[in-house]
Design a protein around this ligand. Structure first.
Ligand code: SF4
Length: 451
């Protein structure tokens, strides 16, 4: 499962000479896990907006020279993950357009469910010239509105959107952040030397020394201009449906969301998993890096020693070529290598965050057994993923989700595991002290789609 975007925005409204392009660049590093296909930064100096964006990682797209051209006091940054086969460059963000002859840029994290219907609302001209992705449709809809100010246009468009959208919009005078009424995807508000910031995750604030203020609330629009900050409720308060998968896998461990630290939440998932699915074993190991905190929690609660029996290769990169079928087959081995000395003769508890198609887990279990593990007990810190996501997370269709089509025992046998246990939905929700269970979206586990 892949996150589809990370967004960032900053407005140096007191003219403290902050280098907003450089701060955006650094912040995008802290959001890189949310998208690796393209990166972009737009900067306004109050009169004009400049954008630089391209395919690649933040470190590949930007260098000192490009950043030095992006001068101004307000900026928006974006990193994007996208499924294959789309026009990748054209879809890279921020997107630019005009509302009543005033330029604006828009950065989006999420996914709309009614984009076909929305596209039909656009005039012929806009429809033909732009608007292939749902972000472009949203951008074109704002451009076509007649309201006096952009806030009014955004409010009208937001009311027509169905789905997940955390947005940052910048004009030459304003920086605006808003979230859909369920708040599927995260968006936080922060402060740095009197300047306000928005970011998908607080990991971006940590990196640049900014202070976290609060989450942008579901259905809220925050407008920052030279006079300060104003908050508007632009969508009726609905039932919050925050994506629980942000905690399971997607968000960076050092981020805090609604006062819950992601790494610590994952550790508590591991505690709970050990209570729900105990087993006699010699060693708890994670699937690095995603299963690490849950494995630490499992080891702590069960009293079974924690170890690292799989080594992850961090130097493969996005562009790894897989020329031969034999190499494609061995891709798991290239990414993760078993350490025989640690595994030999051991009864191992292998902890991972999820089973999606199941193929990686199957290969890993075989690798561990070939390396000498006597038993492999697989423990998963999320409930079985049975339903696809329509709210901004790239998931296979239901027919390709292993758990949607097989029983637990069929799965265990096919994987070659000696035992298999998933945390329950109740168990997962119980690890959060500050977020009530009914404020989460759990649709990929229970099929109850909030929209
Ligand atoms: S369906 Fe799953 S991945 Fe998608 S928003 Fe809901 S909890 Fe998150």
């Amino acid at each position: 499962m892949h996150e589809e975007c990370g967004i960032f925005g900053i407005y140096d409204r007191e003219n403290k000479n902050l280098n907003v392009a450089q701060l955006s660049y650094l912040s995008l590093y802290a959001l890189q896990h949310r998208g690796q296909e393209s990166a972009g930064i737009a900067v306004s100096d109050g009169k004009k907006i400049l954008i630089y964006k391209d395919l690649g990682l933040v470190s590949e797209v930007f260098d000192e020279e490009k950043l030095s051209i992006l001068q101004g006091n307000c900026a928006v940054g974006h990193v994007r993950y996208s499924a294959k086969g789309k026009d990748l460059w054209k879809s890279s963000q921020p997107l630019i357009n005009e509302h009543r002859r005033k330029t604006f840029v828009l950065a989006h994290n999420g996914s709309l469910m009614n984009s076909t219907e929305l596209k039909a609302k656009l005039t012929q001209e806009t429809n033909l010239s732009r608007s292939t992705t749902n972000t472009e449709i949203m951008c074109s809809l704002i451009a076509e509105r007649n309201e006096e100010d952009i806030e009014g246009a955004i409010k009208s468009v937001a009311a027509q959107l169905k789905g997940a959208f955390s947005l940052i919009i910048m004009t030459n005078e304003k920086l605006i952040g808003l979230r859909d009424h369920c708040g599927f995807r995260p968006l936080s508000l922060g402060k740095l030397k009197g300047s306000y910031l928005f970011a998908s995750e607080t990991s971006a604030f940590n990196l640049i020394g900014a202070e976290f203020i609060r989450e942008v609330e579901p259905g809220e629009m925050i407008v920052i201009d030279k006079n300060g900050l104003k908050s508007f409720r632009i969508l009726p308060a609905g039932k919050a449906a925050f994506c629980v998968f942000e905690f399971v896998y997607l968000a960076r461990p050092d981020s805090d969301i609604y006062g819950e630290n992601v790494a610590f939440s994952r550790q508590k998932m591991g505690w709970r998993l050990a209570q729900e699915h105990p087993v006699e074993a010699d060693l708890v190991i994670p699937v690095p890096d995603s299963g690490r905190y849950a494995a630490i929690g499992y080891a702590y609660q069960s009293g079974i020693p924690y170890g690292e029996g799989l080594l992850r290769n961090h130097y493969i990169g996005r562009t790894f070529i897989q020329p031969m079928q034999s190499i494609r087959e061995g891709l798991v081995k290239i990414k993760l290598s078993p350490i025989k000395k640690i595994l030999k003769g051991q009864r191992v508890v292998l902890v991972d965050d999820s089973i999606v198609r199941g193929t990686t887990s199957k290969k890993l279990i075989r690798l561990l057994k070939e390396a000498g593990a006597r038993e492999v007990h697989l423990r998963i810190s999320s409930p079985p993923v049975m339903w696809p996501c329509f709210y901004g997370i790239d998931t296979p269709s239901k027919k390709d989700l292993w758990a949607a089509n097989h029983s637990l025992e069929e799965t265990r046998k096919w994987l070659g595991a000696d035992s298999l246990g998933h945390i329950s939905i109740e168990g997962l929700c119980s690890v959060f002290d500050k977020i009530p269970a009914d404020n989460f979206c759990l649709a990929c586990f229970d099929g109850k789609y909030p929209i």
